[in-house]
Write a protein that binds this ligand. Structure first.
Ligand SMILES: [Zn+2]
Length: 491
């Protein structure tokens, strides 16, 4: 056992540019934040984040802090700011190291973002993750339990908090160092790497609640809306050039088929190989005038054109030709509708990567039109699979990683009980699905039920992706897909 404040201060000195000379100063700055009573209580903790959590409890006991998680986050981020170099220094170290080893620059920044509790490593570990086989290869499923459920008291406090437009959104540069409040995340320990993409200034940061390995975000330093254009393709390919081993993709720029934030232009990336990347080409061809770019349709439930070549500008040029062609392309025989009046429905979800020394750009064709039969979107998960997923199918899902809502953890346990004919409180909206599983696996037992339910979730997610695919996987759909490709022009 050691004294709490002593231990925390020595850990800060160990993990920062502070030295022994700063010892008294650090103690006083920390006491100012957590209060002076019992600061030297005994602790068995030795890790920075665990020590920080004890200091937060002390701050609550000392009346320095309320009990809401959001309030603790603000002070917690401030405590971890002591081991986080200031932004100019983080940027200088990143680019100085990058000049010698890009890989080391990236891993140093990633490790800093974990060590200072900006990336919520412990919370992310709570997620339930599994893979299920499918006709398209293995599909990855994550039930997202990392974001803590909001305390009703926090919801009430947020409702009565005065509204603020600073920072404008969670992706704005102005979040760097932001104290946070009940309705905006704490970012005292947050750092952003500056970089140029073309003639625009962008930022690079990690995602605090990562969905996959080294999940990062690239953001325009201006609060400007998402727009998929030739610049998007160019910037994504530049990113995979600058960040070796990372993919980079963008959500599309239209509602229903886009991400949750359309108001601030941003991309996502990371060091992860997604099921879609592994999926092979159904057929290969060359677009007219582009003998140097291999093109093909990916064997995938969504409708993906993959371009592969050595020269970035050629991929950009061709991708823009395809995007513009898709933008105005309709084929009523298979429900492809480019416009309603002046309202456009067509866009793409682009994903870039490097593979075998070449550049790859996947263009996932999207259509957000709605109909009387499908008011949520013709290419949105249909009503019968919304009990598993009703949110938009964005970039990450498109690539074959399902991010499922936390409610499913308990709900799937109830489905298991139902399948075992035990007392259960299964939600009614799972009943048809559960009955179908029961019919398929009449011998389901306590030993097999969890795996059977997981497989069924995977199969349902494949259906979700098939719903989102504009060209269906049958002969009629694939012939229609080739009609579009031929309308662009192939050799
Ligand atoms: Zn913003």
């Amino acid at each position: 056992m050691t004294a709490l404040l002593d231990t925390f201060v020595s850990k800060i000195i160990e993990n920062s540019s502070y030295t022994e000379l700063d010892d008294i100063y650090l103690r006083n700055r920390i006491l100012a934040l957590v209060g002076e009573d019992n600061a030297q209580q005994e602790t068995s903790q030795t890790e920075l984040i665990a020590l920080k959590d004890e200091l937060l409890e002390l701050a609550v006991a000392n009346g320095k802090l309320g009990e809401l998680a959001e309030e603790k986050d603000c002070l917690g981020a401030e405590l971890m700011n002591f081991i986080t170099p200031i932004p100019s220094q983080v940027n200088k170290e990143f680019w100085d190291t990058y000049a010698k080893s890009p890989q080391k620059a990236i891993s140093d920044f990633y490790n800093l973002s974990k060590r200072n509790d900006y990336i919520k490593v412990a919370a992310i570990a709570k997620n339930i993750a599994f893979s299920t086989p499918s006709d398209y290869g293995n599909i990855d499923i994550t039930i997202n339990l990392s974001k803590p459920e909001k305390d009703p008291k926090a919801i009430a406090a947020a409702r009565s908090a005065k509204s603020s437009s600073y920072p404008k959104c969670q992706l704005c540069l102005e979040n760097e160092g932001y104290q946070g409040r009940i309705n905006h995340p704490a970012r005292a320990n947050h750092r952003i790497i500056r970089l140029n993409l073309g003639d625009e200034k962008w930022g690079f940061q990690y995602s605090p609640y990562a969905y996959f390995n080294e999940h990062c975000i690239f953001l325009n330093t201006e609060h400007v809306p998402m727009v998929i254009s030739q610049d998007t393709f160019r910037q994504l390919l530049d990113i995979v050039d600058i960040f070796p081993g990372y993919f980079a993709g963008s959500n599309s720029d239209l509602p229903i088929v886009g991400g949750s934030i359309l108001t601030h232009n941003h991309y996502q990336g990371g060091r992860q190989i997604f099921p879609m990347e592994i999926a092979e080409l159904d057929r290969e061809f060359h677009f007219k005038g582009f003998p140097d770019v291999t093109a093909g349709i990916v064997k995938w439930p969504m409708s993906v054109i993959r371009l592969r070549g050595a020269a970035k500008p050629r991929l950009v040029e061709l991708a823009e030709i395809i995007r513009l062609a898709w933008r105005s392309y309709s084929d009523v025989s298979v429900g492809i509708v480019a416009f309603t009046g002046d309202t456009p429905h067509h866009t793409v979800t682009p994903i870039a990567r490097r593979r075998d020394g070449l550049f790859e750009l996947d263009l996932v064709l999207r259509d957000n039109h709605t109909s009387e039969k499908y008011p949520d979107g013709v290419y949105h998960p249909h009503a019968d699979v919304q009990h598993i997923k009703k949110e938009n199918i964005g970039l990450i899902e498109v690539m074959g990683l399902a991010i499922l809502p936390p409610r499913l953890k308990d709900e799937l346990e109830e489905v298991e009980k139902y399948l075992l004919n035990q007392y259960n409180e299964m939600a009614d909206y799972h009943r048809d699905w559960a009955d179908a599983i029961k019919a398929k696996y009449p011998d389901v037992s306590a030993e097999t039920v969890s795996e059977i339910v997981r497989q069924a979730v995977g199969q349902t997610f494949v259906r979700v992706l098939e719903d989102a695919g504009v060209y269906k996987r049958d002969a009629k759909g694939q012939a229609a897909f080739m009609r579009f490709v031929e309308s662009v022009g192939i050799e």
